[in-house]
Structure formats: C-alpha cells, structure tokens
Design a binder for this molecule. Structure first.
Ligand SMILES: [Zn+2]
Ligand SMILES: [Zn+2]
Length: 185
C-alpha cells in the first residue's frame, strides 16, 4: 500500500534540469506540532510542489497550507489558524546518499533519500511545519494575558479592574502583636 504522501518519480526524468509539478490535498498523517499549537490528525494539507532533477537527487520546493488549533499561551483563548509553510529540501538518490555517508558526511545521515523511485513527503512536511511553529503562540502580538489575582482575561475586564490586597492571616497576627505592644507601653 502506498501512502498518499509517497510521491512517485516515474514521470520525472533523471536528467539535470528536468522538472515536474505536483499538487494535492492530503490528510495530515497524525498530529504535527505540540500541545499548544498543532495541525490536527487527518486535517487537510494543501500541498503544492515543484520537483527538479539535480546531480545529487531531487530538489523539492514549494508550500504546504495547513489548519492549526491550539491555545494562546498568555490568555488561554482557543486558537484556530491557517498558515502556509515553505518546503525546500534536497532528497538524495540512494547511491549518492550512500557515497556521502562513506565519505564521512555526518549531515547526510539525517537527509531524506529517494526509495524505490518514490519520495516520502511526510518528514519534509513535518519539518516544514513543526520547525516554524512558535513555542508560545499568542492570540495577538499584544495579548494582555490574565489577571494574576482572579485569572480572568484582562481584555474582558474593565480598565479599572483591581483587587483588594489579598487577605493574609499573618497581618492579623501582626496587628494583634502591635496592639499588645501599645497596651504594654
Ligand atoms: Zn491571548
Ligand atoms: Zn482580577
């Protein structure tokens, strides 16, 4: 069974300068991202790519548009967004990849490789999206966050929102002590 994110190179001639384009809408293969901001499982990914034959392999360039859900890291408001991410990656021919590893190229070990004349787009898409996600997403650049006292979003509270000084039982003890000292004088 071939995954919809497994892209056949049958129509791309292995000759430098040859180029094909590929456009498709695919389901996201699982969650991409982290708890506070991610592409949900099976979300539609609009993928638009151009694939060029180069001496080392196939250069994959294009975009993936994906819906995201999450939470503002300051006010905890739910977020629902859609963004376009750039993909630009060289996918090696297996024999070129093997040769690079033989030459001791450590970076090559993690590089994507063409397998059975197919490119697996999943790791390319995962990298393109997850590396671009902010760790602390915000609903707005200037989100005011929550009131530290009552935990309500400051945006929804009146400008003069304030709290009495918090009750602290130590104050009672101090006041009692002060009264005793005053009596003793
Ligand atoms: Zn917010
Ligand atoms: Zn408050």
């Amino acid at each position: 069974m071939t995954s919809p994110l497994s892209l056949s190179l049958a129509s791309l001639k292995r000759q430098e300068g040859e180029r094909i384009t590929w456009e498709n809408t695919c389901e996201s293969p699982g969650i991409i991202g982290h708890d506070v901001l991610h592409v949900p499982d099976k979300a539609p990914l609009d993928i638009s790519l151009s694939l060029s034959s180069v001496s080392e392999g196939v250069y994959v360039q294009g975009t993936v548009r994906a819906p995201l859900i999450g939470q503002c890291s300051r006010c905890l408001k739910p977020l629902e967004e859609e963004h376009t991410y750039d993909i630009a990656e060289l996918v090696f021919y297996p024999e070129r990849h093997a040769a690079l590893i033989e030459e001791g190229d450590e970076d090559a070990e993690d590089a994507p490789v063409i397998c059975d004349d197919h490119i697996d787009l999943e790791p390319l898409i995962r990298d393109a999206i997850s590396l671009a996600l902010p760790f602390q997403p915000l609903c707005r650049e200037d989100c005011a966050g929550l009131c530290p006292e009552c935990g309500e979003p400051l945006e929804e509270l009146p400008d003069d929102h304030a709290h009495e000084a918090p009750y602290n039982p130590q104050f009672d003890a101090l006041a009692g002590l002060e009264a005793q000292l005053r009596e003793a004088q």
